[in-house]
Design a protein around this ligand. Structure first.
Ligand SMILES: Nc1ncnc2c1ncn2[C@@H]1O[C@H](COP(=O)(O)OP(=O)(O)OP(=O)(O)O)[C@@H](O)[C@H]1O
Length: 597
């Protein structure tokens, strides 16, 4: 019954209420093919050449062979491309000019479903609603109502409380993920919805159901524009308008149903062109299109909808529906949930710290000061702890890079400010994630090794390891914010870590080091950490070696370590300053990260 009602509706092509009309004229888009390390200006590659057209209420499909420019046109229309590359052209919505700073009621669903895997479908939708619906217009109850409406409209009731899924957690199906991604955007009630290849990676049945869903949405005040690859006939017949592209140009725009007739009609001309007239520069298909009645029709419609620009539109600054503090609260809440539900970051982290604490304790177990090797063993234990804190961050880089994809998507879709994400990452993730397990590690090591029995020294020991860990993780965060791939980030982080270790004072005698390399000790997290731990432990202690007695201070003097009160605290200050500098640099990188597609 329901299916036949739907098919009647499809055939009638009726709209409960039509969405807006989008027109675009003379759009040219090029990219600069500059080589990575070259200072020369690169060659320009033209991806779209003078394309004009119209996207009317309903289903607008962008079709064409791979590399024909479908995604590029979609991105330009949705203002997702870097304006620097747009060489000419304008886009209008219902006759009004729009640019990236306009508050156009549009939304963009990316090809890869970028969702928080540890959260359920409902929690993801609530996250979108809490950030993107202003509190003034929607109170908590109304936001919940909106989430319920979207769940209902997209048929997500059965999986609403199921988690999306991660590499460790089996989650919802591919079709449900796509529906959820669409839902994240429908929360803001956009009248214009862009989708980049919504059926890619889905089986035939799921692809069909997603396209029918879009069809139903398009009948109710929404204009849907999407790129698509090789649709089946059952999907093809849902298209109200078809835009066919080839080599960055439009070769047909009109009703989907009439495309076949058009190409049958021009087929002989194509053969003639290819065999006889191939010397002409003009793309033959574009040429035929420009001579066709479809082109005339589009031109006529463009004239009707397109209003010439009489003044430059004012560039508005991006505004967010929720305040900074509210964003911080919502993003921080999600970070916390993700942290607690992610065994990779929480349970494994604590377990590893306990394991390394015990291992360190066992290796350097309770050696009294009276034994000749006591002092060297203490320094060895500190070196072990610092290596563990610094190199432990190599695995964090992979997580940071994965999260960056989510951040770029959400930030460019206007969920939150970079500063809200950054602060929530620092306060809810980096600091507790590092500091809490350190208490376990430090307590186990401290007592197993048998270090100084003094409360102040114990807390200074924890402080030093915490600051060392924070400085190292900030550097990892900065590198991850700067690199695009895990492989690049991993290589970039290993170099400073190894240099810092070599010039940390344990492996190379810093006093005998070549002068031109001596500056490296000033940026060594290892040196500051080791020096502080050594001063904290050795100062005021007496050690014995071969029946001779010597003071801890004597060893520190011999190593050139300043053991005055300031001598100790300057290491802590240096670690703290390094943390701040790396965090600041990471923030700048996140601000400038390329959010254009
Ligand atoms: N940043 C870029 N640098 C270099 N070439 C690019 C860039 N972006 C797009 N291109 C090229 O522009 C052409 C059009 O790309 P686009 O992704 O729009 O095509 P498409 O029709 O969506 O292809 P597909 O169906 O394979 O996704 C391709 O040849 C692509 O390689």
């Amino acid at each position: 019954m329901e299916a036949s009602a739907q098919s009647r509706k499809e055939q009638a092509g009726d709209f409960e209420s039509p969405g807006p009309t989008l027109t675009f004229s003379n759009i040219s888009y090029a990219v600069n093919l500059k080589k990575t390390f070259s200072i020369k200006k690169g060659e320009e590659k033209w991806i779209l050449q003078n394309v004009s057209g119209i996207m009317k209420p309903g289903m607008n499909a962008l079709l064409g062979p791979t590399g024909s420019g479908k995604t590029s046109l979609l991105d330009v229309l949705a203002h997702r491309k870097n304006p620097k590359g747009i060489k000419s052209g304008q886009v209008q919505l219902n006759g009004q000019f729009v640019d990236s700073s306009s508050h156009q009621p549009s939304a963009y669903v990316v090809q890869d479903d970028i969702l928080m895997g540890t959260l359920s479908v409902r929690e993801n939708l609530e996250f979108s609603a809490n950030l993107r619906l202003s509190k003034k217009e929607y109170n908590a109850e109304e936001r919940q109502k909106k989430v319920n409406e979207v769940i209902q409209e997209l048929g997500l009731q059965d999986c609403a409380s199921t988690k999306i899924g991660t590499e460790f957690l089996r989650g919802i199906s591919g079709g449900e993920r796509k529906r959820c991604s669409i839902g994240m955007e429908l929360i803001t009630s956009p009248s214009l919805l862009f989708l980049d290849e919504p059926t890619t990676g889905l089986d035939a049945n799921t692809a069909n159901s997603i396209m029918h869903l879009l069809y139903m949405l398009s009948r109710n005040s929404r204009t849907i524009i999407f790129s698509i690859h090789q649709p089946r006939y059952s999907i093809f017949r849902l298209f109200d308008s078809l835009t066919l592209m080839n080599k960055g140009q439009i070769i047909y725009q009109g009703p989907g149903a009439e495309a076949l007739d058009y190409f049958t009609e021009i087929a002989p001309a194509i053969t003639t062109y290819v065999t006889v007239d191939s010397s002409s520069d003009k793309n033959h298909l574009v040429h035929r299109y420009e001579q066709s009645r479809y082109y005339d029709k589009v031109k006529k419609e463009l004239k009707q909808f397109y209003k010439p620009r009489n003044s430059m539109s004012k560039v508005k600054t991006k505004s967010y529906p929720t305040s900074f503090w509210n964003q911080l609260y919502i993003v921080g809440g999600r970070t916390m949930k993700n942290f607690l539900r992610n065994p990779q970051t929480s349970v494994v982290q604590v377990f590893m710290m306990i394991f390394f604490g015990i291992l360190n304790g066992l290796i350097f177990f309770q050696i009294p000061n009276t034994m000749p090797e006591a002092l060297q063993n203490r320094i060895g234990a500190f070196f072990f702890l610092i290596i563990n804190q610094v190199f432990g961050n190599l695995s964090a880089v992979e997580l940071f890079i994965k999260e960056k994809v989510l951040f770029i998507h959400e930030n460019s879709s206007g969920y939150y400010r970079t500063s809200a994400y950054f602060l929530s990452k620092i306060l809810i993730d980096l600091i507790p994630n590092r500091i809490i397990p350190i208490f376990g590690l430090a307590a186990i090591s401290y007592f197993m090794i048998g270090l100084k029995e003094d409360v102040t020294s114990f807390f200074l020991f924890i402080l030093t390891i915490s600051l060392t860990s924070l400085a190292a993780v900030s550097l990892a965060f900065f590198v991850s914010a700067s690199a695009n791939t895990f492989a690049a980030a991993n290589a970039l982080i290993a170099i400073p870590y190894v240099l810092m270790m070599v010039f940390g004072g344990f492996l190379v005698n810093l006093n005998g080091m070549l002068n031109w390399l001596s500056w490296l000790k000033w940026i060594s997290i290892f040196r500051y950490g080791l020096d502080a731990l050594a001063i904290n432990e050795l100062k005021g202690q007496i050690f014995y070696s071969n029946l001779t007695l010597f003071y801890g201070e004597a060893y520190l003097d011999q190593q050139g370590i300043n053991h005055s009160t300031w001598g100790f605290w300057q290491n802590e200050v240096a670690l703290f300053c390094m943390t701040i500098v790396f965090m600041f640099l990471a923030f700048v990188q996140l601000l400038t990260v390329n959010k254009w597609k």
